[in-house]
Design a protein around this ligand. Structure first.
Ligand code: SF4
Length: 341
């Protein structure tokens, strides 16, 4: 097994001129500066690959900080069989969901990214990694932000990106899919290559979810509506990201209840059993990762019922796997931690 390697450098580079399809330069208010790149390699348990080279790009956009990732996934730790390459894009500065485990929950200055900026970042990462327009790239719209708030921009991004980049496929994610959003996704999948539509799952218990995802206090929890819509949907690549947390959802009873819920849609869904990345926020809010043995038990139970499932776990928690973790690592998220209720 390879050991974790990580390096980081800070050098301010103005990439404002990288505007692409419209040919317009970005305004000063949206001027983009690359502040640094952090690189890391790590072994994973994942679906069809087990080794990752990761780069996290930290940008200052009109005075606000945001990060985007570029990942190369390999079949094994010799890093000699490339499975896929992924650009993970944020859709907002910080995120109104305020999940109690998420590094971005400590950043209070929240606003959506605009599509010019997202396209600019995309082109910059492609150029920085010598990826031409013919190479297959997965655009994971799973960075900071949630489609519940940003689906309109995601639609616009797909529309514009697909005109320029013919070999992109896309993953879209939310922890609160509504009927209207799912109808939009149905339309998108007729026009674009949608690899996965992901829904984050914590619990069926409304109070538990609302205590961990404050955004839910202002919405209606709809896990069964999600299941009903998937049941009636033509789209078959749904993914449920089951975020395993100690004592929250890692008991046998939790597993049995979840299996009962998803069994009717087992032909259209894959379950990703994810380890929680520990952050300042998760630690302050008393949320702990479950252990890997519980993930293995859960995977066996799901498979036994004919439900496709895999464990998603990085051997080292290297602050590269999601959202604003590089920001946090560089002590750029300095807001005081909030307690989950
Ligand atoms: S985990 Fe995702 S949805 Fe939750 S606050 Fe972070 S970016 Fe938003």
């Amino acid at each position: 097994m390879k050991t974790l390697s990580q390096k980081s450098f800070i050098s301010s580079v103005d990439i404002t001129n990288y505007i692409t399809d419209s040919g317009n330069k970005l305004s000063d208010a949206r001027a983009i500066n690359l502040l640094g790149v952090t690189e890391s390699s790590n072994n994973f348990s994942a679906n069809g690959w087990s080794y990752e080279d990761a780069k996290k790009y930290l940008f200052n956009i009109g005075g606000k900080l945001v990060e985007a990732g570029f990942y190369s996934h390999f079949a094994d730790d010799k890093a000699d069989r490339l499975i896929k390459q992924v650009i993970e894009l944020p859709t907002s500065f910080s995120c109104p969901m305020k999940c109690a485990y998420c590094a971005s929950s400590l950043i209070n200055d929240i606003s959506p990214l605009d599509v010019d900026v997202m396209i600019t970042i995309t082109q910059f990462i492609l150029d920085a990694n010598d990826i031409d327009n013919d190479r297959a790239v997965l655009i994971a719209l799973t960075g900071t932000g949630d489609a519940y708030y940003t689906l309109g921009m995601i639609c616009e991004y797909l529309s514009r990106a697909s005109q320029v980049y013919k070999n992109f496929s896309y993953t879209i994610s939310s922890c609160n899919w509504t009927h209207d959003m799912l109808m939009t996704v149905e339309k998108l999948q007729r026009q674009y290559r949608i690899r996965n539509v992901q829904s984050t799952f914590i619990s069926n218990n409304e109070n538990v979810v609302a205590s961990i995802i404050p955004g839910f206090r202002y919405m209606k929890l709809q896990p069964l509506a999600f299941i009903d819509i998937v049941k009636g949907s033509m789209f078959v690549n749904w993914r449920i990201n089951y975020l395993m947390m100690d004592s929250i959802n890692d008991g046998d009873d939790h597993f049995i209840e979840f299996i009962k819920m998803v069994k009717p849609i087992n032909d259209k869904v894959i379950i990703r059993i994810s380890s929680l990345n520990e952050t300042f926020a998760s630690r302050s809010n008393g949320l702990k990762p479950s252990n890997l043995q519980r993930s293995e038990v859960f995977k066996r139970m799901l498979n036994h019922e004919g439900i496709n499932a895999y464990i998603f776990h990085s051997v080292e928690n290297n602050n590269m796997s999601c959202g604003q973790l590089v920001l946090e690592k560089n002590s750029l998220t300095t807001m005081p931690c909030r307690r989950a209720l």
